[in-house]
Write a protein that binds this ligand. Sequence first.
Ligand code: ATP
Ligand code: MG
Length: 447
Amino acid sequence: MSAPMVRIEEIAQHVAEEVTIQGWVYNRTHKGKLVFLLVRDGSGFVQCVAFKNDLVIEVFESMAHIPQESSVRITGQVRADDRAPGVPGGYELGVTGFEVVQASAEDYPITLKEHGTDFLMENRHLWIRTPSQWAILRIRATIISAIREWLDQHGFINMDTPILTPAAGEGTSTLFEVDYFGDAIYLAQTGQLYNEANIFSLGKVYCFGPTFRAEKSKTRRHLTEFWMVEPEMAFCELDELMEIEEQFVSHIVQRVLSERAAELTALGRDISQLEKITPPFPRISYDEALEKLTEIREATTDPELKERLQIEWGEDFGSPHETELTKLFEKPVFVYGYPTEAKAFYMEPWPGRPEVSKSVDLLAPEGYGEIIGGSERISDPELLLQRIHEHELPEEAFKWYIELRKYGSVPHSGFGLGVERTVTWLCGINHIRETIPFPRTLNRIYP
Ligand code: ATP
Ligand code: MG
């Protein structure tokens, strides 16, 4: 075959030309003298149409019977046709040549029928080939690229923080213990504490890596291994932190819109909801949020909702609370000033209100809820030590962390954005397990 090899995502630039693509057969239909193959190559899906009279009969017959998932090379003329299915769609290939690389075994488990989630999870290594999973994973990669792009362009230095850690960073209940030559150590729940050291050298930093939490409850928003980006800034207080977060998140959303519109459309995502995501974002205090929740509870006639929204001052919001709150706003909403008792040990107290912390969560709209947790950090060594005692954390392990407050302490703040939560929201899907190639959850570690 002498036609140039192209990727499906570039096909629009080759209308009326003969090209070759290589990929896999996703779907096949056969109607009399016509065979339609929907072929995917990693960059997109395109319809290839073979007309019996245009091909040697053996070639046509081999196309007419090619099993789903067979690997193939196809040459053909690119035609624009609005009705042609595919991603991006609107183009098809009039087949002039067809070559089989491997005819797939006939028992491919993921047929084009509906399958149950357990079955799909068991076959995750194959499930990722389907259009919805392919689209989600492409969007994920763009989100990750946009995260790095914004931080790198805004003076943040990438610092890789350790994954093997001697102490808890984010509460002791979700630690994964590892045997380290006879000592018990833990997989990192956060890189934040190390980044608090890094800012005293580099000013503005971020770490971006896998994070491990032994989440013992089954929810649609928790994985046991997830990816988190954690920016940390010296000389930064809570207001500035929120400004940075809204710029950062808006950039991610706008980049996904400009680069992955075809994938969003393939997922059936309502793009107009995402177009609204521009700074500034609304800000409400925890106290105000609690008032709004009380109003919703009083107004509802649904006894189950009343029950789910039950909350006392001092408790952290659960997903039902976040879901109701985010329905009140079109953009992500900042909730700041959570009760100290509901949050981690390192958060700076609110001036004059020690029962409140200088914390802020960012809740994604349309019911998605928390995507970012952040705060100003305690800058006084005495107070920090007191908190470490209150939380019954081992003082020895935090010696270095307290020392940071001794040599040139400054107000400083940072946040953690969960990649998979962001993917869930932007893709408009209802479970976090589809947002990472091979999810790790309470009940699943295979494949
Ligand atoms: P939640 O209350 O929703 O369990 P958290 O308050 O424990 O989350 P943080 O410690 O604030 O989470 O972590 C920062 C961000 O990391 C969260 O806003 C979220 O986007 C993400 N994240 C936290 N835990 C998980 C998890 N188990 N799976 C996926 N993402 C997570
Ligand atoms: Mg949080």
